[in-house]
Write a protein that binds this ligand. Structure first.
Ligand code: GDP
Length: 308
């Protein structure tokens, strides 16, 4: 660990773009928190898989398989393959080491431990440092469903089984009306100097965090900076563009800023991209560890200068 930086940041994250930034950020600081989307969580073979939480803790602990940005580097798939051989296709590739995370999480939940506490224990177990808090957005189960011409599909079915191919007619977060922020989430936001909405899918990764009761009000009180997951007119990866278009947002940095318009102070856009909102530009592409660290440093400097 190199030098420590003074501002304590609270990140909002999905499972691919922001974890890249977090891997870079954790080489500079181990004093930050991350609030993670849980609306893509799904039960597989009796175990709760939290794809975004897992990617975040694996990225921060630097054990993530960064060829895919999910799962553990060097993992094997023997259980998954064997299950397929005996006629049981889980539909989602789960590595053997990764599966241990899901089993441990599910056992903790069955014993009455909260998802927040289970996440804290798993984070420590995989190597996330003491000062780093990884928090589920809420305790309640929320599930993203995508409306397609074939009917409603669970997000995992849409994205993993159907490779994001069906036309998108709408998005729904089932269970969100019961979800409320936890005390840990409240503390993480309140005790931070600034909130960073990482470059994650605004529709399926960030909106389900924002829609948790109490979240938007908390953010209105903070300095909030977003990093655009859209470069030019395209998402760097994944279905963000398709989903933004489907729910009525322009696929651009402006469209991203508009998703956060009720509390956003500043957006970081890709160099040369135009934006009608208060913005700064830099290279937001993270194609290497150096890129991740460079962008993390840029954000620290930005927050320091904004907070004066
Ligand atoms: P998911 O949970 O797997 O959908 O992951 P996220 O929502 O965290 O990340 C998906 C988003 O990350 C997509 O909208 C991508 O455009 C964005 N993304 C992926 N890699 C990068 C990158 O290197 N830079 C930026 N700015 N965005 C990225």
């Amino acid at each position: 660990m190199s030098e420590q930086f003074s501002p304590r940041l609270c990140f909002l994250s999905g499972g691919t773009g922001t974890p890249k930034l977090l891997r870079g950020y954790s080489t500079l600081s181990d004093n930050f928190s991350v609030i993670v989307n849980v609306a893509e969580d799904v039960w597989v073979s009796g175990n709760k898989v939290c794809p975004d939480i897992d990617s975040v803790i694996y990225a921060i602990a630097d054990v993530i398989d960064d060829t895919k940005w999910w799962g553990v580097r060097g993992d094997t798939f023997r259980t998954y393959e064997r299950l397929k051989e005996i006629g049981f296709d889980e539909g989602m590739m789960i590595g053997d080491i990764d599966r241990a995370t899901h089993i441990a999480r599910s056992e903790m939940l069955r014993r009455g431990i909260t998802l927040t506490e289970a996440t804290r224990r798993l984070a420590r177990a995989v190597g996330v440092k003491e000062g780093v808090e990884v928090l589920p957005a809420c305790e309640e189960e929320v599930s993203t469903y995508i409306k397609t011409p074939e009917g409603w599909l669970h997000f995992q079915e849409f994205w993993v089984a159907r490779r994001g191919e069906p036309e998108v007619l709408g998005v729904e977060f089932r269970g969100i009306e019961r979800a409320k922020i936890t005390e840990d989430v409240r503390k993480a936001v309140e005790e931070s100097n600034a909130v960073v909405i990482g470059p994650s899918n605004p529709i399926t990764s960030i909106t389900p965090i924002l829609e948790v009761r109490g979240m938007r009000e908390l953010l209105k009180e903070k300095f909030v900076v977003a990093v655009s997951p859209i470069v030019g007119r395209r998402a760097v990866s994944g279905p963000a563009a398709k989903l933004m278009r489907a729910v009525g947002y322009e696929v651009s940095a402006d469209g991203v800023a508009e998703c956060y318009s009720d509390f956003l102070d500043l957006i970081v856009v890709h160099e040369g991209d135009e934006c009608g909102w208060r913005h700064v530009d830099t290279n937001v592409l993270m194609e290497s560890r150096e890129d991740e660290i460079r962008l993390a440093k840029f954000i620290i400097k930005l927050v320091e200068s904004e907070l004066g």
